[in-house]
Design a protein around this ligand. Structure first.
Ligand SMILES: Nc1ncnc2c1ncn2[C@@H]1O[C@H](COP(=O)(O)OP(=O)(O)OP(=O)(O)O)[C@@H](O)[C@H]1O
Ligand SMILES: [Mg+2]
Length: 284
């Protein structure tokens, strides 16, 4: 069953998806101060062996096709703040999520999850919704049922409840791959949350959604964060970043320009690159 194999390898990869100025050339290590924990209601913690946080990157480089696309990254993703990752096209946001997910290994440097390398036990609690979702060639309901089944026994009404929460109940029997782009994004997030992740990495999950669906996703993301799921959310939408972020990481040319509490980032961005980005200028 090739489809199941694809699914299985996705699971093995971690989650049910496919899978000029000083500031404009951000130096490694010039990120701002880490905010203290701001979100509350921490739940969903695992024991030490399955604990994923903090995720720590030390001097991480990643090169592909002879080009270094992630350079000298030092980063701590800690329990607490909802982290929004911003930066212009090609900055390395998707690549960083792939590194955080353990889908690719650093060319040099080191990443640890809760103080150790990424074990299978940890990996299954690390969810990723890709920029382009990849769904099983099954019905909408079967996509959710499979995810719930991987986590444990499927209780009566559970699949329906997940679908209803994402306004997908009416599409329950439709082939998942026949859904519109926005509907697929909603299903991808519903499926990722159905797996009860500890950490959820979201790569522009509302890029093709209408305003109502965008707000629905944002509500679920905020609720997940309140329930103790560590969220890393990539977006180009500055309004959305303001609505969601406790902290912002700004990436440019594969380097972190700053990691700041959201309020500081939007009111007083430290780097020229972030100031230019927020002003709508094209970054060289
Ligand atoms: N398979 C690949 N081969 C060569 N270069 C790649 C490959 N994948 C990504 N890159 C390059 O790595 C850099 C970072 O890409 P990445 O997809 O992480 O950017 P991004 O910040 O997510 O951009 P966007 O906002 O457009 O999604 C880009 O310059 C991209 O061209
Ligand atoms: Mg991207």
């Amino acid at each position: 069953m090739p489809e199941a194999r694809t699914f299985g390898s996705d699971m093995a990869a971690g989650m049910l998806e496919e899978g000029g100025e000083a500031g404009a050339h951000c130096a490694a290590g010039d990120e701002g101060a880490m905010p203290s924990n701001q979100a509350s209601g921490r739940a969903a913690r695992g024991d030490a062996a399955s604990e994923l946080l903090p995720i720590e990157l030390e001097n991480v480089d990643y090169a592909i096709g002879g080009t270094t696309v992630i350079e000298g990254l030092n980063l701590v993703l800690a329990e607490g703040p909802l982290t929004v990752l911003m930066g212009p096209n090609g900055a390395g946001k998707t690549m960083l999520l792939r590194l955080l997910q353990g889908l690719v290994a650093p060319t040099s440097g080191r990443i640890t999850w809760g103080g150790t390398l990424l074990s299978r036990q940890k990996r299954v609690r690390l969810g990723l919704v890709f920029q382009k979702p990849v769904l099983l060639r099954r019905s909408v309901a079967a996509n959710i049922a499979f995810a719930v089944g991987l986590r444990g026994r499927v209780r009566a009404g559970e699949v329906r409840a997940h679908l209803a929460a994402f306004d997908l109940a009416a599409l329950s029997d439709r082939p998942a791959r026949g859904l519109s782009g926005g509907e697929q994004q909603r299903l991808a997030l519903a499926r990722a949350l159905a797996l009860a992740p500890r950490v959820l990495l979201l790569d522009e999950p509302t890029a093709s959604l209408d305003p109502a669906s965008t707000r629905l996703i944002e509500r679920h993301v905020l609720e997940a964060a309140r329930n103790g799921i560590k969220i890393v959310f990539v977006t180009h939408d500055i309004g959305q970043a303001r609505r969601l972020a406790d902290e912002v990481i700004f990436l440019h040319r594969g380097r972190i320009c700053e990691q700041s509490p959201a309020k500081h980032f939007f009111e007083r961005p430290q780097s020229a690159a972030a100031r230019a980005y927020l002003a709508g200028e094209i970054l060289a």
